[in-house]
Design a protein around this ligand. Structure first.
Ligand SMILES: Cc1cc2nc3c(=O)[nH]c(=O)nc-3n(C[C@H](O)[C@H](O)[C@H](O)COP(=O)(O)O)c2cc1C
Length: 302
């Protein structure tokens, strides 16, 4: 069976590493691309030269396709866009801003543009501005998210019905069940962040990864501000987990390099290489499909 989205991008599996500011670095992006998915570098906080370095580092680690996330409203966005074009990347995600700002320029340079949206209104705007795909991200997701608080399960089919371009599901997806469900909702692929934070190749601290393994789905909180909302590990859990993890590693130099994290942390059970995670997801999603058939009574002919 051919997934035309994968075919267009040049990847094997419909699994995307979402761009993650500070933590979506070359080793993680390359590992996801090497595993058959699409790795996106999280460029939000990098200068043009830092991004260039990360792109070169990624190219040393993989010969597969990878891309960059461009946060549109960031003051660095112009620099990110010109670096992406100069470096001849072929795919980007744009987020946090108006998709009309860069889409035409990126597409003129042959770049596939996927825009992250939190609701149907923005999805339609993105579709009308000519993006190649939208990434519908539910409120379960880690990092900056929307104040609309629409869950992935509702958002994805609503967006699928409202736009003409392909839809990618993000937020709360962490295993083969999530992948199968996203495809059932009409998505062509999934984008994940939180689950990849705990992968071996992610450059966050070991302590933070162990904290993710300990976290339950109730251990995150949505911090709201005038500008939007950010899902992070809840403070009470953070303080408690910090003590637990530090107790087990008295020598360690605890850094806890990020606190952005989605509810799907509740599904993380261990720290694994990306390739194992991706293979397991694909294998499990394939196993689930016949089971769905078994559990679904056929329509009675009347
Ligand atoms: C620590 C962290 C940082 C993130 N930074 C960004 C970012 O810079 N730009 C962006 O578009 N999305 C960002 N995201 C969202 C991810 O790209 C992805 O869409 C999201 O994590 C998917 O939901 P999940 O966390 O439930 O897997 C971030 C997520 C996390 C967990």
């Amino acid at each position: 069976m051919k997934n035309s989205f994968c075919h267009t991008i040049g990847i094997q599996y419909p699994i995307i590493l979402g761009g993650m500011a500070r933590v979506g670095t070359a080793p993680l992006a390359a590992a996801v691309s090497n595993a058959g998915g699409l790795g996106l570098l999280g460029a939000a906080t990098w200068s043009a030269s830092e991004l260039k370095e990360q792109i070169h580092r990624t190219r040393e680690l993989t010969n597969k396709v990878f891309g960059v996330n461009i946060p549109v409203r960031s003051k660095r966005a112009d620099d990110i866009v010109s670096t992406v074009i100069k470096e001849q990347l072929t795919v980007v995600s744009t987020s946090a801003g108006d998709p009309r700002v860069y889409t035409a320029q990126l597409k003129e340079n042959g770049i596939f543009v996927m825009h992250v949206v939190p609701n149907v209104e923005f999805a339609v705007k993105a579709d009308n501005s000519g993006v190649d795909a939208v990434i519908a991200e539910g409120v379960e997701s880690g990092g900056v998210t929307s104040r609309d608080e629409i869950t992935t399960f509702v958002l994805v089919p609503r967006v699928v019905d409202a736009v003409s371009c392909p839809v990618i599901a993000a937020g709360g997806i962490g295993d083969g069940r999530g992948l199968a469900a996203a495809l059932a909702l009409g998505a062509v692929a999934v984008q994940m962040g939180t689950v990849f934070l705990a992968a071996e190749e992610c450059e966050v601290s070991r302590e933070f990864k162990e904290m993710l393994v300990l976290a339950k789905e109730t251990d995150t909180t949505l911090l709201r501000s005038e500008k939007g909302a950010v899902r992070t590990i809840a403070d009470a859990f953070y303080q408690e987990a910090k003590n637990t993890v530090s107790k087990n590693q008295p020598q360690s130099n605890t850094t806890f390099s990020t606190r952005g994290c989605g509810q799907v942390a509740g599904l993380i059970r261990d720290i694994r290489p990306v390739s194992v995670l991706v293979q397991e997801m694909i294998r499990d999603a394939n196993k689930i499909l016949p089971k769905i058939r078994e559990n679904l009574p056929g329509v009675e002919e009347r």
